[in-house]
Ligand binder design. Sequence first.
Ligand code: AP5
Length: 216
Amino acid sequence: MLNIVLMGPPGAGKGTQAKRIVASYNIPHISTGDMFREAIKAQTPLGKLAQSYIEKGHLVPDDVTIGLVKERLSQPDCANGYLLDGFPRTIPQAEALEILSKEINRPVTHVVDIEVEKQELIRRISGRRVCKCCGAPYHIVTMKPAKDGICNICGGDLIQRKDDNEEALNIRLDHYVKDTKPLLDFYQKKNLLHTFDGTVGADELLNELKKLFKEN
Ligand code: AP5
């Protein structure tokens, strides 16, 4: 059973690995960032609220985010496991996940922390482009699409995220250090934490993750 939490600073490669992992295992990819971006695109009340935080680089309030994940985890496709990408990000969110995951009989089995140093994060985020339609991430230097500006997977246009600017990125990195890093200790104490070097190639990292999931 794989009930995975994927952690790491902005730009560590969580979304990149998440897409690769769920392509190999039959579990849903639950990205709170993607869910908020979908809601922003549709301009729902949740989207309008989330937009005011995300575009400045701030975290969406815990009660809103926890409510969203609670609803998503109760969907039938989570019955065989799940991969959470970008949740939890605060201690209250981690405590809520303890309760939610027990309610659905799927306690967290693996917490994967992807580590990348700040200069590399800045380089990755500033060169990142994402598909407007399916959200697949690319990089203008290191992960180019086959055709310039076009998604390999669905043919959608590649765009730059509104929160991928220097000002918002600095705020996102500050939130990571202040709010999210303490979770590493939280999960270490539960013997669930596995730390990986995120500077190796994306395929190499996936192979290492597969070894971990096989062992446990
Ligand atoms: P979210 O969408 O989760 O963003 P994030 O955590 O800032 O992470 P990113 O998506 O920026 O990076 P990533 O680690 O997925 O890296 P990627 O694979 O794209 O959240 C956005 C916002 O939503 C938050 O700031 C917050 O406001 C809100 N939010 C979301 N969840 C929340 C929560 N739980 N609570 C409150 N608010 C919440 O890769 C980055 C780049 O590097 C790409 O260009 C990629 O091609 C490249 N790359 C990836 N892997 C490699 C590699 N191994 N080698 C070289 N290049 C690589």
